[in-house]
Write a protein that binds this ligand. Structure first.
Ligand code: F6P
Length: 374
């Protein structure tokens, strides 16, 4: 059989387990299937600019436990690349690079945005396979994404440690957890770390009810509270305005109207940037308890991947090499129970896996008396 040429890139935010996945894919591709591998640097930008790195045995060695990505990453998409100060559709340049290297397939490791771009490249004529990575765990059609377990561990440990200050100083501590518009990370870490309040984007919250729950704890002799706040969480009022504007934008009849609504939406989103500090201040006013904010930020994405993420990334990476050998293209390598499954990119791209409000983590949180702000 003809030797296969494989290109690989990582796109979107860095995530623990990316190097483990590159290693799993690479070692299986080289050793088991005698394929040839090249990496493109900095996501789709490197593909456009034909900036490559050889991925041989030496480059794939010693990277299993290293955080970030040896290939570098970026958030740019093929249809909107900044070139010479302008945004341009650079799909053709990417197809050129693909052909120049006589690639049989391009493997794209990434989250929701990366999956969409990969589908676009498939439609432009490339053979593409993707792997689901993100600490947000919001990629559709896979049980889990690699990066999530590590971030969950970091956020949980942070909540454990914040208990010391909250308890000793009789304070409220508002911990802002990443996750974009999905609440998996805040909910998971909140339940695992025993947060007293958990607020996630899927369940718009009531500030009065949140303050009341904290006051009730205080009256019961517990003069501290930990609030695990997802970065995308919203009050009911904000959610109302936000969804109305989103709908108005979708239904706008003229360009002028669309522009005006978009501007209003931007201003509203800008206000939301200070949401965590606003919430902390408001809880302080409403309860009379001192409140502090801790934003976990990029700490959640950094450092050594957990054992579970290394296992998952290796499992998906090595299976990806098998799919290439079998020429199963146009799919995402998804985690399903203990196994792995190919899912057509059309079913993944443009969809997001958010927390169902009847999820068993939500139910468990309620059962142990956690306030969910509703
Ligand atoms: O998607 C991963 C993530 O860490 C989100 O949780 C967060 O909203 C976003 O990336 C931050 O993006 P950036 O790295 O561009 O600041």
């Amino acid at each position: 059989m003809k030797k296969k040429f494989v290109g690989v890139l990582t796109a979107g935010g860095d995530s623990p387990g990316l190097n483990a996945a590159i290693r799993g894919l690479g070692k299986a591709a080289l050793q088991r299937y005698d394929m040839q591998l090249i990496g493109f640097l900095d996501g789709y930008r490197g593909l456009m600019q034909n900036r490559t790195v050889r991925l041989g045995g030496q480059q794939l060695s010693g990277i299993l436990t290293i955080g970030g990505t040896i290939l570098g990453t970026s958030r740019e998409k093929p249809t909107r690349m900044q070139v010479g100060g302008k945004f341009m559709d650079m799909t053709e340049a990417m197809v050129d690079t693909y052909q120049k290297h006589h690639l049989d397939v391009l493997v794209c490791l990434g989250g929701g945005g990366t999956q969409k771009s990969a589908l676009h490249l498939k439609q432009a004529g490339m053979n593409v396979i993707t792997l689901p990575k993100t600490i947000d765990n919001d990629v559709a059609m896979t049980d889990v994404t690699f990066g999530f377990d590590t971030a969950l561990g970091i956020a949980t440990e942070a909540i454990d440690r914040l208990h010391s200050t909250a308890h000793s100083h009789h304070r409220i501590v508002v911990v802002e957890v990443m996750g974009h518009n999905a609440g998996w990370l805040a909910l998971g870490a909140g339940v695992a770390g025993g947060a007293d309040v958990i607020l996630i984007p899927e369940m718009p919250y009531d500030i009065e009810k949140t303050a009341a729950a904290i006051l009730q704890r205080s009256r019961g002799g517990k003069h501290f509270s930990i609030v695990a706040l997802s970065e995308g969480a919203m009050t009911r009022q904000y959610y109302g305005k936000y969804s109305a504007l989103k709908e108005a934008k979708a239904n706008a009849e003229s360009k002028k109207e669309k522009k005006e609504v978009s501007q209003e939406l931007l201003e509203l989103e800008e206000k939301h940037r200070n949401h965590t500090f606003w919430m902390s201040r408001t809880l302080e006013e409403m309860t009379g308890l001192e409140s502090r904010v801790t934003i976990l930020g990029y700490l959640q994405r950094g450092g050594t991947p957990s054992a579970a993420d290394r296992l998952l990334a290796t499992r998906l990476g090595t299976t990806c090499a098998t799919y290439i050998a079998e020429e199963r293209y146009g799919v995402m390598v998804a985690a399903r129970g203990d196994g792995v499954e190919p899912v057509p990119l059309e079913e993944v791209a443009g969809n997001r896996k958010t927390v169902p409000t009847d999820h068993h983590w939500v139910d468990s949180a309620r059962a142990v008396g956690t306030c969910l702000g509703d």
